[in-house]
Design a protein around this ligand. Structure first.
Ligand code: ATP
Ligand code: MG
Length: 360
């Protein structure tokens, strides 16, 4: 059997996990550092497939070669979703619930935004934001204005007093069929994902609603592969917060919690291969390792699997994650207690949250 090589635009942890997922299937997955100074023309064959692990990329000879390949999957989708203006416009067009928003133009004032969107308004840069970067809050009771450099470069959203945040990760195959994991419950701190839990039975009642939303988005875009949809839950209703046309941090639980991980799912969809039902094997609590040094103690935790990205540790930077397989309460109690002793103070709230959701 001659299989095409799969090239990944980007060589971060998502590309690495995709490469790892390809190995048992004998799929040659090649993440590419698009800014490598020594970059030569890549030996791309006509039948090869190109995917991306990021929504946006700088122009380089390498990124151009990859994104102009005839089998660059979902090519036009990236630009459309990477800009919050066109992403929100797409949701509106499809009639999918999302936080009320307006475009920030040259003349948009804070007063006008508060009049249209309420007391709490969140400015989000149209492109390039991640992990809560590229956000600016405006409060009606604090004198403030739209910062100069945010005009014509941001959208403004109503601040949503949501109950909690969930996300749906799924894939659309080449034949148009959609496949979904159960919803994940996510905890963000300062705009950055700290921890996820999936599956969680109490979220089952939202599954159909979420799947209908993401199905219609992926169908509209004629999308192939894995996409993630982040949502706010407000009562029984989901509001889409944002879409990511790629494998996603809130889907990392599938590396240990499901027979087909999100990375393998993406590869199968790209290849047009069959996709078996995505039945979780066991619940997982995923803890992101953010700005923390490698600790041998993580390896002593029973039922825990460490994914270390081999990146330089910097404050606020995701450098790995731990998947805690939730098989019995006593073990999880013990694991959370150990983590509380070895993790920095800002992990106390996420670890307590995991205990509350999974043990009470
Ligand atoms: P990501 O790293 O997921 O791409 P991001 O920084 O690009 O994130 P968002 O996902 O839009 O941007 O926002 C990050 C977090 O900020 C959300 O998960 C949520 O906790 C909070 N947030 C975003 N939009 C709103 C809103 N309209 N109202 C209240 N909180 C919000
Ligand atoms: Mg987000």
């Amino acid at each position: 059997m001659s299989t095409p090589k799969i090239w990944v635009l980007g060589d971060g942890q998502l590309g690495a996990m995709m490469r790892y997922a390809g190995q048992p299937l004998a799929l040659d997955v090649q993440p590419v550092d698009i800014m490598a100074p020594s970059a030569k023309t890549l030996p791309l064959a006509e039948q090869d497939i190109v995917t991306a692990e990021r929504e946006q990329w700088p122009e380089s000879a390498t990124s151009r070669q990859l994104s102009e390949h005839q089998n660059f999957i979902n090519g036009p989708v990236f630009g459309r979703l990477a800009d919050r203006f066109s992403q929100k416009s797409l949701l509106d067009k499809l009639g999918i619930a999302t936080s009320p928003w307006v475009n920030v133009t040259q003349t948009t004032s804070a007063t006008e935004l508060h009049r249209q969107l309420g007391d709490k308004v969140l400015l989000k840069r149209r492109t390039g934001g991640y992990d809560g970067k590229g956000q600016y809050w405006l409060y009606a009771d604090k004198p403030d204005e739209v910062p100069a450099q945010w005009h014509n470069a941001a959208i403004a959203e109503q601040g949503i007093a949501f109950d909690e945040e969930v996300s749906l990760v799924g894939a659309r195959s080449r034949d148009g069929r959609c496949h979904f994991y159960p919803l994940a419950l996510n905890l963000h701190q300062d705009g950055i994902l700290m921890a996820s839990i999936a599956p969680l039975p109490r979220l089952n009642s939202l599954q159909t609603q979420a799947e209908a939303m993401l199905s219609s988005i992926m169908a509209e875009l004629d999308y192939v592969g894995v996409m993630a949809m982040e949502c706010f839950r407000v009562g029984d209703t989901l509001l889409v917060n944002e879409l990511a046309p790629r494998v996603h941090n809130s889907g990392h639980w599938t590396l240990t919690g499901c027979h087909t991980s999100q990375f393998e799912l993406h590869l199968r969809a790209l290849m047009g291969w069959p996709i078996a039902p995505l039945v979780p094997a066991l619940p997982v609590a995923m803890v992101n390792l953010i700005g923390v040094d490698w600790q041998e103690q993580w390896l002593t935790l029973p039922g825990a699997e460490l994914f270390w990205y081999n990146k330089q540790v910097r404050p606020g930077r995701k450098v790995g994650h731990l998947n805690l397989n939730v098989t019995d309460a006593a073990q999880l109690t013990c694991t959370l207690a150990t983590l509380k002793t070895c993790m920095p103070a800002h992990y106390l709230a996420p670890l307590n949250w995991l205990g509350h959701e999974l043990l009470s």
